[in-house]
Design a binder for this molecule. Structure first.
Ligand code: BLA
Length: 235
């Protein structure tokens, strides 16, 4: 599950001149001592981005996860790319979240960067089930046009593969357009806003309990603060 998404993303990244970077020691892979689950992560140096991370968790029937965040260079104020896909096999339950994560909620900013995602939202209504967020705040670092569904096999098999490809393509276009125009938020402010994203996400991310149960508290704390949201450990 989700391996084709991982391949597609890594192939796009490589085609755009991305190269792999080393992860902090011990965080690239971890096997659960109790079950057969395994978590693997990748860090990429991609032109135009200061950080691009990818994680794949394979816990068999129980759970499959694909998670990725792209942080643009500070000279670009456009949204981060955030993807969080979860498949609980036993219950045949899908949780899919794909968003261009805005740095600010300003109307001019949203008008500038969200026409592509608005179109996808119309094209894939079955992935927009108007879910309510329980741990995150929908008005901070999320857009109103995110694809967010708690669904089943139908959404996972029929819509998600197409939506994922289209989402990636749309994000690359957003990035290319942003590169050829100038940002309205200065780089030092973009840095502050991206750092705050890490702090906010580390506080709210509902995954921490899950990591702890699979891989133990010490490893999970390191993974959260050193890899998933590095700015959360310094601020
Ligand atoms: C929800 N994400 C979740 C949940 C889990 C994870 C266990 C709760 C499932 C549920 O609500 O039913 C799991 N999150 C992970 C894992 C990682 C992680 C395994 O970060 C890391 C490898 N989450 C993101 C990103 C986005 C995101 C980048 O990491 C943005 C697209 C969104 N995840 C997101 C949202 C929810 C969620 C909006 C629902 C949470 C809520 O209701 O507030």
């Amino acid at each position: 599950m989700f391996d084709s998404f991982l391949d597609e993303l890594h192939s796009d990244i490589t085609n755009r001149g991305g190269s792999p970077l080393p992860l902090p020691e011990g965080l690239e892979e971890c096997r659960s001592s109790k079950s057969s689950s395994i978590i693997r992560s990748w860090l990429w140096d991609v032109p135009g981005f200061r950080r691009w991370r990818v994680t794949r968790l394979d816990a068999g029937e129980k759970l499959q996860v694909f998670n990725s965040v792209a942080y643009p260079d500070y000279s670009y104020d456009h949204p981060l790319m955030g993807v969080d896909l979860l498949w609980f096999g036993a219950r045949q339950k899908l949780v899919a979240v794909l968003d261009f994560q805005p740095l600010i909620q300003d109307e001019v900013y949203l008008d500038r960067y969200f026409s592509g995602l608005k179109d996808l939202n119309q094209r894939f209504p079955e992935l927009n089930s108007q879910e309510t967020m329980r741990s995150f705040d929908p008005n901070q670092y999320f857009s109103s046009w995110l694809l967010f569904c708690r669904g089943g096999a139908e959404q996972a098999d029929l819509s998600l593969p197409q939506a994922f490809s289209a989402f990636l393509k749309t994000y690359w276009k957003l990035h290319d357009d942003a590169v050829s125009t100038s940002s309205s938020i200065p780089p030092d402010e973009v840095k502050i806003l991206q750092d705050k994203y890490d702090v906010y996400s580390a506080e709210r991310d509902p995954a921490h309990g899950l990591f702890t149960s699979h891989f133990g508290k010490d490893w999970s704390n390191r993974f959260l603060h050193e890899f998933l949201f590095p700015a959360s450990s310094t601020n």
